[in-house]
Design a protein around this ligand. Structure first.
Ligand SMILES: [Zn+2]
Ligand SMILES: [Zn+2]
Length: 109
């Protein structure tokens, strides 16, 4: 299915459409691309609270975890537009008016 679009140009096509497409694609890294500043969220045990012998091997049963939130550098932060859209969805204005729910059926006496 082509969805009414023109067929794709050749990979080495030099027309303005392909050129701008390449320009846009180059500096925009995919969200999974990370640089040295970007850091995924991580959790690592910093202290073992309880050890247990499991199958002859001593293992930490309970540990204290240090959770570090993810840090995304400015370059890799997604544009603010989706967030704005979300805030629009969240700030949906007036709360839903209370609609009394009628009894779905009446008891027959
Ligand atoms: Zn082209
Ligand atoms: Zn980055």
């Amino acid at each position: 299915m082509t969805y009414g679009r023109k067929p794709l140009h050749a990979p080495d096509c030099d027309c303005s459409v392909c050129w701008s497409g390449r320009e846009v694609a180059n500096p925009a890294p995919s969200p999974s691309t990370r640089c040295a500043q970007c850091r995924p969220a991580s959790a690592r045990p910093i202290r073992t609270l309880q050890m247990g012998c499991v199958g002859g091997i001593w293992k930490p049963l309970r540990s204290e975890w240090k959770v570090e939130p993810a840090f995304i550098c400015e370059k890799h932060t997604p544009p603010a537009r989706p967030a704005k859209w979300w805030s629009v969805i969240y700030d949906s204005g007036k709360p839903t008016p209370y609609v009394p729910i009628h009894e779905p059926f009446e008891l027959v006496g």
